[in-house]
Design a protein around this ligand. Structure first.
Ligand SMILES: NC(=O)c1ccc[n+]([C@@H]2O[C@H](COP(=O)([O-])OP(=O)(O)OC[C@H]3O[C@@H](n4cnc5c(N)ncnc54)[C@H](OP(=O)(O)O)[C@@H]3O)[C@@H](O)[C@H]2O)c1
Length: 348
């Protein structure tokens, strides 16, 4: 049963997007339209700054309203993408029968909140009690490549380094990358407002708070916690270094993965070739491997550069590169897929 036991979701639900003007919210609107999501009404919500503006959905102008305590009263599915504080404050204003699909980190690690990547653990969706969490973008993109391999040969350890795009920091960080690049190329001074450092032609540690004891930033902590939950592998050991690179959109992740048994790159490639949501880009001859510009605008996550890890003579470790559009599969698309599964289980 979806939603409250008293009132299941209707066949054409009313859907709200909270954070509809943001980098992710904008993609959510586009995903609902291009995937023909069967909604009866779309409500777009943002901060008071955006109230009164409008945006197109299926050729019609839809007004953007300021979010308040009454906004979700007539809503069946609420897609939240306006930051953790907004989710914590307003998710509870959804009616009892409604389902909140939350893109922030507010509820991800709560025991009774499923953390869903449909290709990996859609079976967990039935356990929700009103809130379903979308994992962090890096965790979704990594899980898509790790899960099929894990099912064939259990993974013990993952060591990953990310090359994260500006879009992961929202519309404002994308704009800052454009502006700082223009200033750099024209010898103008530029004072960063969103990023902690000059962004153009630079690489810096992920712009989240750094834990003073462990030295890990919040992004690294999230990924290390979320992957074992998504993959239902509590003993999975994950070490991550998260870095922002001057790429506009789509994250790249280099991963070295240690398995229980030896695995060849050829076997790994075949497993991944047959997995959902992935596309192999592994052309050694022309040195073409996953790149963020190729991943931009794509639903699939690109995976390649599969090779034996030279530092592990046991043959149990494989290195690889993945690139995925984190505004799509890493956020908006994953959330809309979850909503689609809610509707499918309704029909079942
Ligand atoms: N960007 C990514 O790749 C990504 C991936 C996974 C998860 N996420 C998560 O998704 C959320 C949104 O990220 P984003 O990148 O889309 O950020 P963004 O581009 O900065 O957009 C933020 C959205 O939140 C709205 N908002 C801000 N304050 C609000 C308020 N008081 N009441 C209602 N709405 C408010 C903004 O509305 P206004 O335009 O009116 O200010 C805007 O629509 C964050 O929790 C982020 O951690 C992002």
């Amino acid at each position: 049963m979806i939603g409250s036991p008293n009132k299941p979701l209707p066949r054409a639900p009313s859907v709200a997007i909270v954070g509809a003007t943001g980098a992710v919210g904008t993609e959510m609107i586009a995903c609902l339209e291009r995937r023909h999501f069967p909604l009866s009404r779309l409500k777009l919500l943002a901060s008071p700054r955006s109230a009164g503006r409008s945006t197109k959905f299926k050729g019609h102008d839809v007004r953007i309203d300021a979010l308040d305590a009454l906004s979700l009263q007539d809503i069946d599915i609420a897609l939240f993408s306006a930051g953790g504080a907004i989710s914590k404050e307003f998710a509870k204003t959804a009616p009892r029968h409604a389902v909140v699909i939350d893109n922030s980190s507010a509820f991800r690690m709560e025991q009774h909140v499923p953390l869903i990547v449909p290709e990996v653990n859609i079976d967990q969706i039935a356990c929700h009690s009103g809130i379903i969490a979308n994992p962090s973008c890096v965790a979704i993109i990594a899980a898509l490549a790790l899960w099929p391999l894990h099912r064939a040969n259990p993974i013990h350890r993952v060591v990953a380094t990310t090359y994260q795009a500006a879009s992961g920091g929202g519309a404002a960080l994308m704009e800052e990358l454009r502006a700082s690049t223009k200033a750099f190329l024209t010898n103008q001074n530029f004072t960063p407002r969103v990023a902690p450092h000059d962004y153009a032609f630079n690489v810096f540690s992920h712009n989240t708070r750094v834990d003073s004891e462990s030295g890990n930033n919040e992004e690294e902590i999230k990924v290390a916690r979320e992957l074992p939950k998504i993959m239902n592998a509590p003993n999975l050991r994950v070490g991550v270094t998260c870095v922002r690179v001057p790429v506009l959109r789509a994250h790249t992740i280099a991963m070295t993965v240690e398995f229980e048994h030896p695995l060849t790159p050829g076997t790994a490639r075949e497993i991944l070739r047959n997995a959902r949501g992935l596309e192999i880009v592994d052309d050694r001859k022309s040195n073409r491997f996953p790149m963020p510009r190729d991943a931009t605008g794509r639903d699939e996550v690109l995976v390649g550069r599969l090779r034996q890890d030279q530092s592990d003579p046991s043959g149990r470790s494989i290195s690889m590169l993945v690139a995925g559009d984190q505004l799509l599969k890493g956020a908006a698309l994953n959330a809309v897929q979850i909503a689609e599964y809610l509707m499918k289980s309704h029909d079942a």
